[in-house]
Design a protein around this ligand. Structure first.
Ligand code: URA
Ligand code: SF4
Length: 207
């Protein structure tokens, strides 16, 4: 991890910028290598994450690991974090004020890790990265260019844990990630600029 990212993460573990710090055991800054092409952004730590201080180590994390493996990716190759770094009490949804208070950390991580592809998991993460009018049901699996990065919104793995049809959708959507990685890996990315201009329009059409 770079010194700058380490500095951000050590700020997170002692942060008191929102109420969520009161109930946490451990803050969960996130995990993964600087330079990871792909960053996954979940909603917030659950019980196991709060215990261990690491993201997606519970049941949803197991499904995320399986999704990655299905396209030949290992967890150690991607960066994984959340829109809030401290566990909301009883796993309630994070409040907008909490998301806003925590957002500078996510922005720093995106900048310092330098991921070209961002995968928000579930509606709260999708709204945080893309804007309030979007929801997972509408935009999952539809990549869009935003602020010089590609965003591939996905369902949250927790939503698919007990819903096998949603799980199938997730395994289909993750294949799009594989394609995006291949596109990003090509030296000639001029084809991406057309998506850059049309991304917003395309997204409108999909909705
Ligand atoms: N769910 C999330 O959104 N994030 C985690 O880190 C674990 C479960
Ligand atoms: Fe700080 Fe984010 Fe934790 Fe709130 S959730 S206390 S802003 S690190």
């Amino acid at each position: 991890m770079s010194r700058e990212l380490e500095a951000v993460h050590s700020e997170i573990v002692t942060c008191t910028k929102c109420e969520l710090h009161k109930g946490r055991r451990k803050a969960v800054p996130g995990d993964g290598p600087v330079g990871a092409m792909v960053m996954f952004v979940g909603e917030g730590p659950g019980e196991k994450e709060d215990q261990e201080g690491r993201p997606f180590v519970g049941a949803a994390g197991k499904l995320l690991t399986e999704l990655l493996a299905s396209v030949g990716l290992e967890r150690s190759q991607v960066f994984i974090t959340n829109i809030v770094k401290c566990r909301p009490p009883n796993n309630r949804a994070p409040r907008q004020g909490e998301i806003d208070a925590c957002n500078p950390y996510l922005e720093d991580q995106i900048r310092l890790v330098g991921s070209r592809i961002l995968c928000p998991l579930g509606t709260p993460a999708i709204r945080t990265l893309m804007g309030a009018e979007y929801s997972a049901g509408q935009v999952h699996g539809k990549p869009v260019r935003m602020r010089e990065r590609t965003i591939l919104p996905l369902y949250h793995p927790a939503a698919a844990l007990y819903d096998s049809s949603l799980k199938d959708v997730m395994f289909r959507d993750i294949r799009i990630l594989k394609q995006l990685i291949q596109e990003e890996s090509q030296p000639d990315t001029s084809h991406l600029s057309s998506r850059d201009e049309n991304g917003e329009k395309l997204l409108q059409k999909w909705m």
